[in-house]
Design a protein around this ligand. Sequence first.
Ligand code: ADP
Ligand code: MG
Length: 475
Amino acid sequence: MNKQKVVIGLEMHCEMTSNSKVFSNARNSYNELANDNVAPLDMAFPGTLPTLNKECVRKAILMSLALNCQVPEYFYFDRKNYYYPDLPKGYQITQMHDPIGTNGKVIIDCNGEEKTVLVHDIHLEEDSASLDHYSDATLIDYNRSGVPLLELVTEPCLNSADEAIAFLEEMRRIYRYLDVSEADTKKGQIRCDVNVSIMDEDSTTLGTKVEIKNVNSFANVREAINYEVNRQLKLKEEGRYEEVEQETRRFDEESGTTIRMRGKVDAIDYKYFVEPNLPKYKITPEYLESIKKNIPLLPRDRKLNYINKYNLTEHEASLIIKDKDYADYFEECINIGIDVKSAYNWLVGNITSYLNKEDITLKDFFIIPTYLKEIIDAINNNTISSKQAKEIFNECLNTLKEPKEFISNNTQVSNKDELENIIDNILTNNQKQIEDYKNGKTNLFDYFVGQVMRETKGKANPVITKEILKDKLDS
Ligand code: ADP
Ligand code: MG
């Protein structure tokens, strides 16, 4: 058998965040009571008509521009006709003839190499309701009916599961950076159709593609691709390649295999036509411009900046751009004058540990970059040790007080040598208490702190005082 090449094309569906659904005023929010966010239109009540949500249009155009796509002159929709219980109207409003973006490209990094992924198109459509299957019944939840969905279709230009995943991860970052979607697979916000074929490496004709529908996690995308590639390779090896049929399969999570759903001859004829209940909207150059100028620097560009401008390694830069909050926090640190290494180390070290431990995000994190700078400045001018810095960091988070409350200022005694002298004196004059303390009366610790405070008229820095006392008493 000739050497084989794997060819993959992805159709990535991503639910957008928005104030309301794409064609009705029902809320677009996740995880509510079933059938709680439903307008009459979402259930196809007779006489209801769609109204286009402007925010969804803006976000669709934003994505189109971010993916370097061509934007059409008019924004309009097509009707895709089919019946299924999750689609009460009997058709889906989507874009077929003139998607909001065509001929785009995204550059990704995969295993140390740069790759350009070609985007066939990206278009706006409505999500269907969701079905919950039980052994004797199926429940329908219309909350998802009419949730705005962006479908992105790549050209068949990906050549491994690694590349497919790297692309999906890059897209997830872009969706999040642009605030278009939370892009959370756990909430079912990303679902992929994965098209897989194999071909002779030196051939120019694509092989027969198999479509795996509705894969709901990146891990499953990888497994589905690997399974499908091996299945096709094996058939080819055995001289039975004609048994690879152009068909739709589904991924079975339990067995890790793909299972046939339907063949090409059973393909549905959707009888597309222009959606008559919505007008064509002219996309003016001014409107395009207003969207374009608000596109923030995208994750990969930021990563390259961090590598080139700040000398971070690829690995370090990748950690920072994982999340837009992280990248923003990091950049703000640099902007206010924190050095790159300190900003990086605090962010991926103490800050990340704390966020993970408390299960919160940077949005809810008390120590903003200016506070962090107070701590780092104090280390740099030798006011505090790095060990004290860590304690002050924790103290701030426990008390929700600014670091400077715990760091030297004019009214505070923070000089370590000075405090040590005072403490040595106190210890010399309190031998009995030291003995009791060592014999287990550990609450005497506060007595010693009190002595230091009395001696300094309350001006001793408590964090440093406690640290020195601990060192001396517990040694
Ligand atoms: P269809 O007409 O079956 O919808 P399209 O040509 O529109 O097929 O492509 C649908 C998806 O399948 C796209 O993501 C595309 O990249 C992918 N695709 C097309 N041909 C192949 C192939 N030979 N191997 C893998 N993926 C393919
Ligand atoms: Mg589709």
